[in-house]
Design a protein around this ligand. Structure first.
Ligand SMILES: C[S@@+](CC[C@H](N)C(=O)[O-])C[C@H]1O[C@@H](n2cnc3c(N)ncnc32)[C@H](O)[C@@H]1O
Length: 445
């Protein structure tokens, strides 16, 4: 059985087969909330496509799509009663790739992040790339991103696992109970067909397994993010045992994502802290500056020294895929067409011009090795020097992130996490019914 992950990696990395003309495929996401989450980049790919395919049910998102491009085809028509969803996904992918083969610039639109639990998008990308067409997968705001925001969870504390509910049960995947756990597709757990039904027996099996792992009093949140501006999310916080009641099982929706907070907290490994040279700091609060230390004065930010030409060129590339292609073909020529550049900007642009060669070399070696090592990944991208030239220095990157110390300073215990989240009252305040949210999206896993 070939490893499809390797095939995917091959497809993503191999540039040598890319056709120089003809069709292309961009897969974009709308994010979770109509209007608000669509990235400028995704909007550009929708606006400039010859044909747009979508798998969107939310009417507002759909209206937005039609406003951006009149040539829109609805893939949801391929769902059929009592039809395996996996078959539908192959058909959806084929429909998109057929247009790519006909030489058209195709954009496939899915809700959320289009590479996150979206089988037809992945199939279409792998097929089109395998046949030598230019393909892109653009990131979007996923339900996981949305959950982190609405539940105010920062996975830097405790880490997290995100699992598909059926896959979790089928493979008996171990849960890391010291971290945040997110289960996707809990409503349709065990369901391989369309339309998805409310199968309470299967949902009950899921919760019994969770109770075995966490105990019946551990709480969880049934989370459904708002898909319309102004709408509130559904956040139903209940102990796991509450799901022994069929009424609660029934309230789970196709759009429900289940959040389970950490149960155990782990102690610092002081031996490791010593080896890392931070033994004296770990577990201790940062020392406050002496009272007589000179206070830092915060000043209004100074606009960066970016030339108008470089600013306009970069923004145009971000919004228009044809401009991005022209840039990739000849970065120096493209950017200098916008006007005079600073010396740094000329250097950054020249560095872009030399980057793709490295991608091809790394890709061929990766495929031969059938394994992508950390070094390969570094090679695939522009070199460290290029990155330093273009943007922030390595030190900046280090500074920008929180240090172990910062994390410890935040002093967030498991209990805090529980407190920080939503209460049952929050849920009662909400004016959106589960049914409303269910109808809006949710297709194509
Ligand atoms: C097929 S996956 C699609 C995921 C999507 N591509 C994303 O970026 O989140 C469907 C699952 O996404 C999650 N989901 C969909 N809509 C959601 C919403 N409004 N709020 C929370 N989770 C949602 C649920 O776990 C649902 O079963």
């Amino acid at each position: 059985m070939p490893d499809t992950r390797i095939a995917d990696a091959h497809a993503l990395l191999t540039d040598s087969k890319t056709k120089t003309s003809g069709g292309s495929l961009a897969i974009v996401g709308t994010g979770m909330q109509a209007f608000s989450h669509l990235t400028r980049e995704a909007e550009g790919h929708i606006r400039h496509a010859d044909v747009v395919f979508h798998c969107i049910r939310d009417p507002l998102t759909l209206a937005d799509l039609h406003a951006l491009n009149p040539n829109v085809i609805d893939l949801t028509a391929l769902y059929g009663a009592d039809k395996r969803r996996s078959l539908t996904y192959v058909q959806m992918a084929e429909a998109m790739v057929a247009e790519v083969r006909a030489g058209r610039r195709v954009t496939g639109v899915f809700y959320g992040h289009p590479g996150f639990y979206v089988a037809p998008a992945r199939l279409a990308l792998t097929t089109a790339k395998g046949e030598g067409y230019d393909t892109r997968l653009l990131p979007g705001v996923s339900s996981l991103d949305y959950l982190f925001a609405d539940l105010r969870i920062d996975p830097s504390q405790s880490g997290y696992q995100a699992l598909e509910a059926t896959d979790f049960l089928l493979r008996n995947r171990p849960l890391v109970t010291s971290g945040h756990v997110v289960l996707m597709q809990v409503g349709p757990v065990g369901d391989l067909f369309r339309p998805v039904t409310d199968n309470l027996e299967r949902r009950a099996i899921l919760f019994e397994r969770l109770i075995e792992i966490y105990g019946e009093d551990h709480w969880c949140v049934d989370y459904v993010g708002a898909t319309r501006p102004g709408q509130k999310p559904v956040l139903r916080r209940l102990p796991l045992k509450a799901y022994r009641d069929p009424a609660n099982l029934k309230r789970l929706s196709k759009a429900s994502t289940l959040y389970i907070p950490p149960k155990d907290s782990l102690e610092n490994d002081m031996g490791m802290a010593e080896r890392l040279g931070i033994g004296a700091l770990v577990g201790k609060p940062a020392v406050a500056p002496a009272p007589d230390a000179t206070p830092v004065t915060l000043l209004p930010s100074t606009p960066p020294a970016v030339s108008q030409a470089y600013y306009t060129a970069m923004k145009t590339i971000a919004l228009d895929p044809a401009a991005a292609q022209a840039f990739r073909d000849d970065p120096v020529r493209y950017v200098t067409g916008f006007g005079p550049l600073s010396e740094d900007e000329r250097r950054w642009t020249a560095a872009m011009a030399s980057a793709p060669v490295k991608v091809v070399v790394a890709a061929v070696e990766d495929v031969q090795d059938q394994n992508v090592s950390t070094e390969d990944v570094q090679d695939q991208n522009v070199s460290t020097e290029d990155v330093q030239d273009q943007n922030v220095s390595v030190e900046d990157v280090q500074d920008q992130n929180v240090s172990t110390e910062d994390v410890q300073d935040q002093n967030v215990s498991t209990e805090d996490v529980q407190d920080q989240n939503v209460s049952v009252e929050d849920v009662q305040d909400q004016n959106v019914s589960v049914e409303d949210v269910q109808d809006q999206n949710v297709s194509a896993e």
